[in-house]
Design a protein around this ligand. Sequence first.
Ligand code: ACM
Length: 264
Amino acid sequence: MRIGYVQMEPIFGEAERNLRRAKNMMKQQNADLWVLPELFATGYQFTAQEEAAALAEPVPEGVTTQDLILFAHERCCHIVAGLAEKAPNGAIYNAAVLVGPKGQLSLYRKIHLFLEEKRWFTPGDIPFPVIDIGEAKVGMMICFDHFFPEAARTLALRGAEILAHPANLVMPVYAQLTMRARALENGVFTITANRVGTEARSDKILHFTGESQIVSPSGDVLVRSSKDKEEVRVVKIDPTAARDKSLNPYNDRLADRRVDFYDS
Ligand code: ACM
């Protein structure tokens, strides 16, 4: 199975251009599963709730989701992409979709909102989703969810073998470190698709930190990108490596848990 990511620099508010850029980058290589960054179509730094509402799209009717479904069909692949979702009740979510070649669609809404996202978005209300895409079971989490080990653990307990992790990281190093731990402690592959570039739409300047990465169930970094360049990377994996949770003949990452001694 070939899994990959696009590390790109979206331009704020230029959804059509950003979508075209992501597709052109994915066309550079073949993959069975792609991950695009968080909010890859809109950009990240909103300055008003009205702005988020104006740029958010309904799922699945919105142009971005529809176009990704078409691309997944044409290229026979699955894509996880972060986007701003306008729900039927008007709520705006920092969301991710997983689309497949036969028109499949799954939705996740970011549960742990970061910084000013709390001003623009409603916190997610959908349990962490795991989707069987044929070659593997894929779980979705978004950016700051990495800080909460419960997110990755919940996805692993639900059978995820690959964690798709769209991101817009502004703190260097943290997620590259935590996602190695998330992969190792749960025995799963992780794909973190971060973005690069800067947004300075208010007096706060945000530098996005790149270093997208793919990690194996033993915590090895299979590939990691630069801090500041757009890059497309694909690696070949055997997803069955994420099915055996044993560390040695005596220890199993999931079966050895002592849940009666843990606080929730
Ligand atoms: C983040 O959650 N975008 C850091």
